[in-house]
Design a protein around this ligand. Structure first.
Ligand code: PHE
Length: 445
């Protein structure tokens, strides 16, 4: 079969789509919450370290596998392991695919909350106070309406294809996100109390840096933030022309993702102190009072206290989160869609609707058994599935592929001096480092 695959049409299109996948609720909600709870600047410092030492190589390995194979993650990993056990590779690919569905099940629920809050600001501006209050109050009915709405938004982009859907929409939405974020930062930093937040965020408390829980939290955050381990980056890598200089692209994606997380910290942590200055209780024993309360209580109360400007700020903030969530949702959705189209012969449209239906069912399950399942899904994905997938990618690239280290072989062919070194780092250092952290996670949990 020689049908040409859909693909990204430019390097910048690929970088924006991959950055769109990476930049999400993890950056704008997760990162600042973790930083505020784990010593501010100390968390930032450790986060940067684990990102460079482990998450960046993992992202490289994932994109590299997809790019070499030019296939969906299940087939790509099957190919990569063909000398040893294609079945093992396909099983790992399939596990990633299940991880993508798990991610979508909780992510689309939270994204729906963001959308509802953005609409709440608009309806209040229009004088529909009752509707606005309903939209801003958590309820099962709200989940039942907004989770499907969000899944449909993602499906509407995905079914248009890689270039016409993913690439085009990422190129439109990512600049909007950046502009909104900068605008919000400039506004918040001018409010009274903001400078205290800046100090907490930027001056590290180094006594916290060796705390193992902080290191593990930072690693989980880095893997989630870079979307590693569910095949989303692998499938995007497969839509890029083979043998491009992946190193540079991976560095750009990591830099963008880290910069946005850092900027979100510049927005949220000062905002917390602005809220405190305005009389709200924000911390108890130097911990934030409840993670959900940060976004859905502390900040909305702060926005309310700003009068009608606050409504615009609130709309901007929750739209920012909705956009960030949308571009992350589409990368995870693309994993099962690509698999169904390429390996099972579905049309893209059919695959998109089928995957959306599956996600709808599993997020419905989470809504129905929220207290038991919601946290468990997040924990299983981020502390078990993502790190194990990464370990597998390191082993595939470092050891299994073509009996030996493919990166080193290529280096000999192409004469790129740094590649053998990089190959050895992925082959020897990364698996060991990751295993050490993983064992610690298991013990601490
Ligand atoms: N990186 C996204 C975020 O930070 C989440 C994500 C995880 C997206 C895994 C795709 C795959 O919100």
């Amino acid at each position: 079969m020689t049908t040409t695959r859909d693909s990204f049409h430019s390097r910048i299109g690929f970088v924006l789509a991959a950055a769109g996948s990476a930049i999400g609720l993890g950056n704008i909600w997760g990162f600042p919450t973790q930083a505020a709870n784990n010593g501010g600047g100390a968390f930032l410092f450790v986060y940067l370290l684990v990102t460079i030492l482990l998450a960046l190589p993992a992202l490289y390995a994932e994109i590299y596998i997809g790019n070499q194979a030019q296939k969906n993650p299940v087939s790509a990993l099957g190919d990569a392991c063909k000398d040893i056990s294609p079945r093992l590779g396909r099983t790992a690919g399939f596990a990633g695919l299940c991880g993508a569905i798990m991610m979508l099940s909780f992510y689309t629920i939270v994204a729906g909350w963001m959308l509802a809050h953005a609409l709440s600001a608009i309806t209040e501006l229009l004088g529909m106070v009752e509707l606005s209050t309903w939209l801003a109050t958590s309820s099962i009915e709200r989940n039942i309406i907004f989770t499907p709405v969000f899944i449909l938004l993602g499906a509407a982009i995905i079914h248009q294809g890689v270039n016409a859907g993913i690439e085009r929409w990422s190129a439109r939405l990512m600049p909007v996100l950046l502009i909104m974020l900068v605008g919000l930062i400039v506004y918040i930093l001018q409010q009274p109390g903001a400078e205290k937040g800046l100090a907490v965020y930027l001056i590290p408390d180094f006594s916290q840096v060796t705390n193992p829980e902080l290191v593990i939290a930072a690693m989980g955050q880095a893997f989630f933030s870079l979307s590693i381990g569910v095949g989303g980056m692998m499938v995007y890598g497969s839509y890029m022309q083979k043998d491009k200089d992946i190193g540079k692209l991976v560095m750009s994606i990591t830099a963008l993702d880290t910069a946005i997380a850092f900027m979100a910290g510049l927005l949220i942590i000062p905002a917390l102190f602005v809220a405190q200055e305005a009389g709200q209780q924000v911390f108890q024993d130097s911990q934030l009072i409840g993670e959900g309360q940060l976004i859905f209580q502390i900040l909305p109360t702060l926005f309310n206290s700003m009068g009608s400007v606050g409504l615009f700020v609130s709309f901007g903030f929750f739209s920012l989160l909705s956009i960030a969530a949308l571009t992350s949702t589409i990368s995870s959705t693309e994993v099962p869609v690509a698999y169904m189209v390429e390996d099972k012969g579905f049309t893209r449209k059919k695959a998109t609707w089928l995957v959306s239906a599956i996600v709808l069912c599993s997020s419905g399950l989470l809504i129905a058994f929220f207290d038991v399942l919601f946290g468990a899904f997040i924990r299983i994905l981020t502390t078990i599935m993502q790190p194990l997938s990464c370990l597998f990618y390191f082993i595939v690239v470092g050891w299994l592929w073509s009996r030996g280290n493919k990166l080193r072989d290529k280096a000999l062919q192409q004469g790129r001096k740094w590649l053998p070194l990089w190959g050895n780092y992925i082959r020897f250092v990364c698996p060991v480092l990751l295993t050490v952290v993983f064992v610690n996670v298991a013990i601490l949990n």
